[in-house]
Design a protein around this ligand. Structure first.
Ligand code: PEP
Ligand code: MG
Length: 586
């Protein structure tokens, strides 16, 4: 495909609002450091299994790209189709694959080294032929080999924190860990071929205030590094090589967006109360320490969700107690008496941390696998170290402990036991810790937890509704999959009934309840959540202004009446209409 030189628009999912204008930085495969080591006896079978798994992963990636390619304009779709089919064949039964397996068995070397050695041999033979068609095939072989090696080493392509100021990253995919590396001072926005609107990549983009468009087919073939580009996170568009008139229109939009944010920021000192005087507590979600300045100036009353995963991503080792403690202590101190709700590690699913998940295999990557509190309870040392760090940080200000992915009472009881024993041990050793012990709460983000909210309330000090995972698991729609993004709907009656049931259970048990999923940060849902009984919301710092503005417009009694009407509906389209109608009136 020839990169565009005239203006071209590619569409995708607008996942993080705002307009970014900058220069394309295409994230290439790049060269990957390939580890090489000799194998002993039983390791050979393990390595062939790893290569097998990497082949399956690569095949899945190509299959996904084929579906995407089919939605491109017909000539591009055809060309892309041929290329992807060639990749597919190479991943099935090719000299590359056969040779790599043979090298593992005969030469007793690890899988990534075997793929690299075989690739080098094949391409060296081809390069000697000095033919442009063959040269292109060499690139194809390298691309396939790199895909395999990346999957085997779980290596990220090129660090993203060294790009020039004003870059717009264009990539096939971005993991949450990749996104965590972005510095908003350098990178103005990003766009990818793959990815859904509700995954953590999208959440992090919003948290960092970076306009982003995900799930944009045809993107990679249409741009090259250095192109001027606009990422329109509001409308889900990427405009490549914009005409001067288009650029001027986007610059005007960008200015308007910034002005609006400025106006909303002025609300920070205003109280978060409804027209009839009910206070709604607005807290912040934090995924990265880089967000803290924004949190401190947002007027937030707390940190309602500290996603502790950031401490474990993009590194080879697991942080020790001291490092975790210092990281948490700084945040607790900065909040100066306002509560910090620290969620224990929610690694697994799409949020991977190599040092922890490398020995778990596929289960860590499955949304239904060893994730969140399940993983922490399986690795007691990990849980104990983290709880110790939280207990110690709790000596500097109020903290609460939040458990992710809870599906049974047993998980809460076990964690409480660990916490109690740890606290007793630390006290014996005269270590200063939170006193009294921090409240222990539960994320309600799995249907089984929501449906047994009354039982969980009896073992929990508070609830936080994770509406993102709750929607995903209830609707059986992967948050990160752009193919089913349209089915992801928090206004589906099933999701709303679970939120209602959970809220009522918490109110009956007289324990605090908040919502900390993305619904909490979207003013569209504010009145409905309040009408259902929610009085505490936690969201990214950027969302606080718009949500506070909405809170201050709402009459609580009217919101309750509308929630009652909405909860009697069975059709999500009608629910959306009733909600939007209410929002347009009040
Ligand atoms: C959620 O699932 O709604 C949530 C807040 O947790 P996370 O987005 O970190 O999975
Ligand atoms: Mg969740």
């Amino acid at each position: 495909m020839t990169p565009a030189s005239k203006e071209m628009i590619i569409r995708g999912l607008g996942v993080s609002p705002g307009i970014a204008i900058g220069e394309v930085h295409v994230r290439e495969s790049g060269s990957i450091a390939v580890p090489e080591y000799a194998l002993k006896g039983a390791q050979v079978a393990k390595e062939t299994h790893r290569l097998d798994q990497a082949l399956k992963t690569a095949q899945r990636q190509i299959a996904l790209l084929k579906v995407k390619a089919a939605t491109m304009p017909s000539s591009a779709a055809e060309e892309m189709g041929f290329l992807l089919e060639a990749y597919e064949q190479m991943l099935n039964d090719s000299r590359l694959v056969r040779g790599a397996f043979r090298r593992i068995v005969d030469d007793k070397i690890n899988a990534e080294a075997a793929v690299q050695a075989e690739t080098n041999e094949i391409t060296a033979g081809f390069a000697a032929l000095d033919d442009s068609y063959i040269a292109a095939r060499i690139d194809d072989i390298r691309e396939v080999a790199n895909r395999l090696i990346r999957s085997l080493t779980k290596s990220h392509v090129k660090p993203l924190n060294t790009v020039p100021k004003g870059s717009i990253i264009i990539s096939e995919d971005m993991t949450p860990a990749d996104t965590a590396q972005l510095d908003p001072k350098q990178v103005f926005g990003f766009a990818t071929v793959l990815g859904g609107a509700q995954g953590h990549t999208a959440i992090m983009a919003r948290a960092l205030g970076l306009p982003a468009v995900l799930g944009a087919p045809g993107l990679l073939g249409a741009v090259k590094s250095g192109d001027k580009v606009v990422v329109d996170g509001d409308q889900g568009r990427i405009v490549i090589n914009p005409k001067p008139s288009t650029l001027a229109a986007f610059e005007a939009k960008q200015t308007e967006h910034r002005r609006r944010l400025g106006r909303l920021a002025r609300l920070r000192r205003q109280p978060s109360v409804t027209r009839d005087g009910t206070e709604i507590a607005l807290g912040c979600n934090v995924e990265l320490p880089i967000e803290m300045p924004g949190v401190l100036t947002s007027g937030a009353s707390s940190i309602g969700l500290l996603r502790s995963e950031f401490m474990f991503m993009n590194r080879e080792d697991i942080p020790g107690i001291e490092e975790q403690y210092k990281g948490l202590r700084d945040i607790v101190k900065a909040m100066d008496g306002r509560t910090v709700t620290v969620r224990t590690l929610d690694i697994g699913g799409e949020k991977l941390a190599q040092s922890i998940t490398k020995d778990i295999g596929d289960s860590a990557q499955s949304a239904l696998g060893l994730r969140g509190i399940r993983l922490s309870l399986k690795k007691p040392e990990l849980l104990e170290d983290q709880l110790t760090a939280i207990l110690r940080a709790g000596a500097h200000g109020p903290v609460r402990i939040l458990l992710p992915m809870v599906s049974t009472q047993q998980e809460v009881r076990k964690t409480r036991d660990v916490l109690k024993k740890l606290a007793a041990k630390l006290k014996r050793k005269k270590v200063t810790i939170a006193d009294p012990l921090p409240p222990v709460g539960v994320m309600i983000e799995v249907p089984s937890a929501a449906l047994t909210a009354d039982a969980l309330a009896s073992v929990s000090d508070f609830f936080a509704i994770g509406s993102d995972d709750l929607t995903m698991y209830t609707m059986a729609v992967d948050r990160t999959d752009e193919q089913v993004a349209e089915l992801y709907n928090p206004l589906h009656p099933s999701v709303l009934r679970l939120i209602q049931f959970t809220t009522e259970a918490a109110l009956r048990a007289r324990i605090p309840i908040s919502v900390c999923g993305e619904m909490a940060g979207d003013p569209r849902f504010t009145a409905l959540l309040m009408g259902l009984g929610i009085r505490e919301l936690s969201m990214s710092a950027h969302a606080l202004g718009p949500v506070k503005q909405r809170v201050r417009e709402i009459d609580l009694a009217a919101a309750q009446n509308r929630a009652t009407v909405i909860m009697a509906q069975t059709d999500s389209g009608r629910i959306a209409m009733l909600l939007d109608d209410f929002n347009s009136l009040v």
